[in-house]
Design a protein around this ligand. Structure first.
Ligand SMILES: Nc1ncnc2c1ncn2[C@@H]1O[C@H](COP(=O)(O)OP(=O)(O)OP(=O)(O)O)[C@@H](O)[C@H]1O
Length: 671
């Protein structure tokens, strides 16, 4: 890309810049090289020839000189680019496929050709066509100004040019191939849906349904899907649908699976059953399932299988997979689980996160990390200082995906993904328990035709076409809400702790959530002064303190942990009996994640939430969650109102129309 661009720049210099000054200098140089005899003769000849021969000669020399200067210019620029790649993370962004083509086209030419195309269209114009012309051009502008964004644009996008056209041709070929080789299947394999050809699907090259799966009867498959409210939505009818893997025996035989990595579990959880086939088949996945439902293993198995396949069993040092987590503790926990699988097949999994020694992590990376689990900030650091290279990381997971795609992490994620192979060349998986509409269009720009797998009520066949994924809490969690005066909170916490840690329950683990760091400090001090064995975890603590508090809580040394939302997502702490929300979180999604620290892996849980006048903006959303989980809704809460304020789109506000951006636009051509 750079070479082409530089050459073009130099071509422009060649034709525009008059070589006069250089020629004079070069003339005198050439004169010096001549013998004195020749000099006179040459001078005569020069005078006679005036502007002909010698001008040619000087031009030749000057061209040589220019070439030389071009070369050095090129070298300089290449060097600068190299330096950028190391120093500035944006350098990696330049390598985003697609931006290559943007860069290789001179902007003037581009504009001209767009103008031409526009004017052609406007010749056959009517109002609609004009509007369409604008629509066609608009995304191009975005692409030019924001090359970091891997924007999914309509096929008719003119300025996307060759790249997209090539892609769409490829897509067509691919889908034709798929049509021929795979059994055509319905768009949605809904809970109560049916599969074509008695559900027998010819699997893709990397995943073949085992005979055990094929042998399942259609009613058995349907019953399993509807019992667990499983919906798998394929973006195109041409893609294969797969039957769920309802037993570990139904998994294919591989080096990893032959080592029985799931011996401790009885059967796959619904999200594992439904998503493993697609993950193993190399598909991009959006997986949405309740808290504590085994999503980590849902992505860990296809991850390790993909890395093994890509390494060919030989090169185990290259980083081939990256899993991004929003918090350090979650990254460490995920690392533990993935490492278990990796160690069975001789792969290294390395965890990199902030607040810990960079040198140790660098050393671990140097030794070879086939899989990397990371928090965004530290990962970006290593990318920019060359400590890690992700150009072969063709398997990418965004865990707690909605958090990773919200405003706080959006730019980091864009940067990280632009260092990985292009989305066409990588497999991208996103897993979460909550999938708000606000992040869905951004998610689609990082994926290719993901299959959307949702587990839960309200996401059945009827909802398959909609982009909405119903927000719901884990049904096994008993949710209680106490409307309370702000000033009475601390005493109430103390009362509740006494109640739920009385007698035989004295060591029961209770997680107390606060909204602010200072509030967490205050509540912790208040409780410890009253003899409660309590620790805390929040952003104002050093990483060692955070790790120590969490460990003490896990081991039951301090059965009460006061936390901010750093502990709201993903943490799998065994036997948390009660979650106590002292202050309501900022979003209803955070509420679902917080209470999800209890009632994990099929167990029952309990959550008590203190709700005050200050939280009334959340009453409608909370009432909906309670009702959907068949929980009691206190009258005092209903008094705050049931209205749910529509969440506005980040850029377009509350009136943004919810459309499925993963759907391709229809191509309209004008003669
Ligand atoms: N097939 C299984 N059978 C029983 N338990 C399982 C199974 N798979 C995973 N688990 C256990 O379930 C617990 C929760 O798993 P995990 O942490 O992956 O949940 P999650 O869906 O990612 O939760 P969250 O949404 O809170 O991040 C873990 O202790 C894990 O070991």
């Amino acid at each position: 890309m750079t070479t082409q661009k530089h050459l073009r720049d130099e071509e422009i210099v060649d034709t525009v810049e008059p070589p006069r000054k250089k020629s004079k200098k070069l003339e005198s140089n050439s004169e010096r090289t001549n013998s004195k005899k020749d000099k006179k003769h040459k001078e005569k000849r020069e005078k006679a020839a005036v502007d002909t021969e010698d001008r040619d000669a000087t031009e030749k020399v000057s061209k040589k000189d220019k070439k030389k200067s071009k070369k050095s210019k090129k070298e300089k620029k290449a060097k600068a680019d190299d330096e950028e790649a190391v120093d500035a993370p944006e350098a990696a962004v330049k390598e985003v496929p697609g931006s290559e083509e943007q860069g290789s086209e001179a902007p003037k030419e581009k504009k001209k050709s767009r103008k031409d195309k526009k004017s052609k269209k406007f010749k056959v114009t009517d109002a609609e066509q004009q509007v369409d012309g604008e629509m066609v051009d608009a995304p191009a502008e975005i692409l030019e100004t924001e090359p970091t964004t891997e924007t999914v644009t309509p096929e008719s996008n003119v300025a996307d040019g060759a790249v997209k056209e090539k892609k769409s041709k490829k897509d067509k070929k691919k889908s034709k191939k798929e049509k021929n080789s795979k059994t055509s299947s319905p768009d949605t394999q809904a809970a109560n849906g049916t599969q074509s050809n008695n559900g027998l699907v010819t699997a893709s090259s990397s995943y073949t349904e085992t005979n055990a799966v094929r042998a399942l009867s259609e009613p058995d498959v349907s019953t399993f899907l509807s019992k667990h409210n499983i919906t798998a939505t394929n973006p195109k009818p041409s893609y294969a649908t797969y039957r769920p893997i309802i037993s570990f025996d139904h998994l294919p035989s591989t080096t990893l699976l032959n080592k029985s990595p799931f011996a401790e579990y009885k059967e796959p959880t619904p999200i594992q059953a439904a998503s493993w086939p697609y993950g193993l088949a190399g598909r991009d996945i959006i997986g949405v399932a309740e808290t504590g439902s085994g999503k980590t293993m849902a992505f860990a198995l296809p991850c390790v299988e993909a890395v093994l396949a890509a390494s060919g069993g030989k090169d185990r040092k290259t980083t081939r997979a990256v899993i991004v987590s929003p918090t350090r503790e979650l990254a460490m926990q995920t690392n533990e689980q993935v490492s278990k699988l990796c160690s069975l097949v001789g792969l290294n999994c390395v965890c990199i996160y902030g607040g810990a020694s960079k040198d140790d992590q660098r050393y671990a990376l140097r030794k070879g990390a086939a899989v990397v689990v990371a928090t965004p900030g530290r990962l970006k650091d290593f990318i920019s200082d060359g400590g890690i290279t992700l150009d072969k990381a063709a398997f990418v997971v965004l865990d707690e995906a909605d958090r990773m795609l919200d405003k706080g992490f959006e730019e980091d994620i864009k940067e990280i993904l632009s260092s990985c192979p292009a989305k066409e060349k990588r497999q991208t998986l996103m897993f979460t328990a909550t999938w708000p509409f606000s992040v869905q269009s951004l998610a689609s720009t990082f994926m290719i035709d993901p299959v959307k797998i949702t587990i839960g009520r309200g996401n059945g066949a009827d909802a398959s076409d909609s982009a909405e994924v119903k927000l719901q809490a884990n049904d096994r969690i008993k949710q209680e809400v106490e409307v309370i005066d702000q000033r009475a909170k601390e005493q109430r916490v103390l009362q509740l702790l006494k109640k739920y840690q009385s007698g035989a329950k004295k060591d029961d683990r209770i997680l107390v959530f606060c909204l602010y760091k200072k509030e967490a400090v205050r509540v912790e001090n208040f409780l410890s002064q009253r003899g409660v064995r309590v620790g805390s975890i929040h952003g104002d603590l050093k990483q060692e303190q955070r790790t120590r508090s969490l460990e003490a809580f896990k081991q039951g040394k301090t059965p009460v942990l006061v936390a901010t939302d750093v502990a709201a997502r993903g943490l799998d702490i065994p036997e948390v009996k009660l979650v106590l929300n002292v202050t309501f979180p900022l979003t209803i999604e955070d509420y679902v994640h917080r209470i999800g620290r209890t009632g994990r892996a099929g167990k029952d849980g309990h959550a008590i939430t203190m709700f005050t006048e200050h939280d009334k903006a959340h009453s409608g959303e909370l009432i909906n969650i309670l009702k959907a989980s068949k929980q009691a809704v206190p009258d005092e809460l209903l008094k705050f109102g049931t209205t749910v304020k529509r969440k506005g789109h980040d850029a377009y506000g509350a009136f943004f129309k919810a459309v499925d951006t993963t759907k391709r636009a229809t191509k309209i051509t004008f003669d």
